[in-house]
Design a protein around this ligand. Structure first.
Ligand SMILES: Nc1ncnc2c1ncn2[C@@H]1O[C@H](COP(=O)(O)OP(=O)(O)OP(=O)(O)O)[C@@H](O)[C@H]1O
Length: 619
């Protein structure tokens, strides 16, 4: 059924594209001219869509890249007599380089600050173009030669249309392939939850930079086409209003949706022309229509499909084989190879995986961790327990690189750990789940897991975009392994469901699968049983043991004492940022200092919703 709908939409898209290509054959010169304007906005919209739609970064100065491309072509053609084609690489380099220069410092900022900086960049670019002599000041640059290829000159509007259409098709194919690639997946994860994306191994700053720079390249390309089309440019074409118009193309069409962007371009560039008989009123009418539209369809006219990728048939076959193997009494997880990370071997060796020396963390006057020292040995299940506010999550945040310790040392497998972005720690083998579930809700369960694995891919992005045999083979292998991680936590059959549609317990399991998919040496579980019913907690205990049996060391924060006592090899008890006891479950249960700390909490806390684990001690 779904396949048929997809086939139909391909056929419809193909027919529309063929009609658009053939437009100069049957339409008037005026219609072709409007068509070329629509194409220019569609190219610009596709570029900005990568930034705003895919990666969720608000850019209010996109016209700056359009201007850089246009001025580069105009200057190189008129001053240095370059051909149009020879100016193209320079347009791309200058637009891309400006993307890097503006993006690198600003992409660390939150989205609203980014919007202000990009707005400023757009205006500065326009003002510079208006005031420099070399750019012709307010009069701009005249006499830009039309492009020619093998003796054919693209001077008539119809021939420039054909050239514009060729540019559009290249950008379209590129944007579609990008959206479906691992980079597209990473952009979506950042748009959904940037901190979670970083915590599962996405190099968020680099990935955002790529969105910004690729968007800039496409803007530059559109600028060159614009200069070639008119033969003259001036700063009025690159105002703030132009940036907003391109943004309207994306937002009105549907952020992240390629058909939406094309529809947006059709409306933004085509509708005012159709309403020309209304004279000035058309602008008013257009503005009113826009407001009504945004009220009625804030998601855009043709919203993006929510990512719902599921394993491909060959991957499903592997998954079913795995299920069959399980039915035959073999362990599914045996199929999940940790051999390359040496997990099982290391577990057997019981090496010291992590050393924490005098770890300290202050928040202003609050000493959340007060100089604690402990070790994590490979292959153990170590629980970190303590009353609310004891500092447990702060320890996790220091270990994962989310926050920097105020003092002390972390040693990971003999090497200092610290500094650098959190994704680096994931790549080094430390994965985590969150106290409050942080899945990528508008992605399938399968894609959530793939995000955790993507940094392990070897094929280059370019090979993936081109679709080389090696890239396809690796992607299939990658998908099959992703399916196995889902099987491992019992979610194999729900691979194609949106994360947000899963029941609470399944969401917790999916978070574990996503963390495991990065093939960590150490898995940090932050209150994994929170909100689970007794049956689910029981299953979770078995799951944690299975994870350990795979060779993954587990560091667990949990308030449910029955679970902690049932599953842990060792327990560390924290209170007020200090370690007050450590030992086996039996030792901890009988430790008077621990009992005191917990009973103290229970007595102080008379509220009806105090955690069971704290009040009843060992459950
Ligand atoms: N970002 C922050 N800014 C200021 N104070 C913080 C911050 N994070 C934690 N704290 C403080 O540090 C202390 C330890 O908090 P933390 O969340 O690590 O405790 P916890 O043991 O994980 O508690 P819980 O079991 O409730 O999750 C608390 O007093 C908390 O208010």
């Amino acid at each position: 059924m779904r396949a048929r709908a997809t086939d139909t939409s391909w056929v419809v898209s193909g027919v529309l594209l063929a009609l658009a290509i053939a437009l100069p054959k049957f339409a008037s010169g005026y219609v072709v001219d409007v068509g070329l304007t629509i194409i220019t906005y569609a190219i610009l919209g596709l570029g900005l869509n990568i930034v705003v739609g895919y990666a969720g970064l608000l850019d209010l100065g996109y016209a700056a890249f359009f201007a850089i491309g246009a001025y580069t072509t105009a200057l190189l053609e008129t001053l240095l007599h370059f051909s149009f084609w020879a100016t193209l690489p320079f347009s791309l380099v200058f637009a891309g380089a400006s993307g890097v220069v503006i993006g690198y410092p600003t992409l660390r900022l939150r989205s609203d600050y980014l919007a202000i900086v990009t707005l400023g960049f757009g205006e500065i670019t326009r003002i510079v173009a208006t005031n420099l002599d070399i750019t012709g000041g307010p009069n701009g640059i005249y006499g830009i030669e039309p492009p020619s290829l093998f003796g054919f000159e693209f001077s008539s509007p119809r021939s420039v249309y054909v050239l514009g259409m060729a540019f559009f098709i290249v950008v379209l194919v590129f944007a579609v392939r990008l959206g479906r690639s691992r980079l597209g997946r990473a952009w979506t994860s950042i748009r959904e939850d940037e901190a979670a994306a970083e915590a599962v191994g996405v190099a968020t700053l680099r990935v955002k930079m790529l969105a910004y720079v690729i968007g800039a390249l496409i803007g530059g390309l559109a600028g060159s086409l614009f200069a070639a089309r008119f033969g003259t440019i001036d700063p009025t074409a690159f105002t703030y209003l132009q940036s907003v118009t391109i943004l309207i193309v994306v937002v009105m069409g549907g952020r992240g949706s390629i058909p939406g962007v094309i529809l947006g371009a059709l409306i933004v560039a085509g509708l005012p022309e159709m309403l020309r008989f209304l004279n000035l009123w058309r602008i008013f009418g257009f503005a009113v229509a826009l407001v009504v539209l945004m009220l009625l369809r804030p998601q855009g006219l043709w919203p993006a499909h929510v990512r719902r990728a599921a394993p491909r048939p060959e991957e499903e076959t592997v998954a079913h084989e795995a299920e069959a193997a399980e039915a035959a009494g073999k362990e599914t997880e045996a199929a999940v190879s940790l051999a390359d990370s040496g997990g099982l071997e290391a577990a057997a060796a019981r090496e010291t995986l992590l050393e924490v020396h005098d770890l300290e963390r202050r928040f202003g006057g609050v000493r959340a961790i007060g100089g604690i020292t402990f070790q994590v040995r490979s292959g153990e299940i170590l629980a970190l327990i303590g009353p609310n506010g004891a500092g447990k999550t702060t320890v996790f945040n220091c270990l994962t690189g989310v926050i920097r310790p105020s003092g002390g040392r972390l040693v990971w497998r003999g090497e200092p750990l610290g500094g650098g972005a959190p994704h680096r720690n994931v790549h080094r083998g430390i994965a985590r789940t969150f106290q409050g579930i942080r899945l990528f809700n508008h992605m399938s369960a399968f894609e959530n897991v793939l995000i955790g694995m993507d940094h392990r891919l070897h094929t280059a992005l370019v090979a993936e975009l081109v679709g080389t045999r090696a890239a396809r083979a690796e992607a299939a292998e990658h998908g099959a392994l992703g399916q196995r991680w889902l099987d491992l936590v019992g979610l194999g059959a729900r691979a194609s469901e949106y994360a947000s549609d899963l029941p609470y317990g399944d969401q917790r399991r999916l978070e574990i699968a996503r963390a495991l998919a990065s093939q960590p040496r150490l898995l940090l579980l932050d209150e994994p049983a929170a909100g689970m019913n007794p049956t689910e907690k029981h299953a979770l205990m078995a799951q944690i043991r299975r994870i350990r049996d795979l060779g993954v060391t587990v560091l667990l924060i949990e308030h449910d004492m029955a679970l902690v006592m049932g599953v842990s090899d060792r327990i560390i008890v924290m209170d007020h940022g200090e370690i007050i006891a450590q030992g086996t479950p039996a030792q901890i249960q009988n430790d008077p200092v621990v009992i005191d700390a917990y009973l103290g909490t229970a007595e102080e806390d008379d509220g009806p919703d105090a955690t069971d684990g704290e009040k009843s001690l060992w459950g």
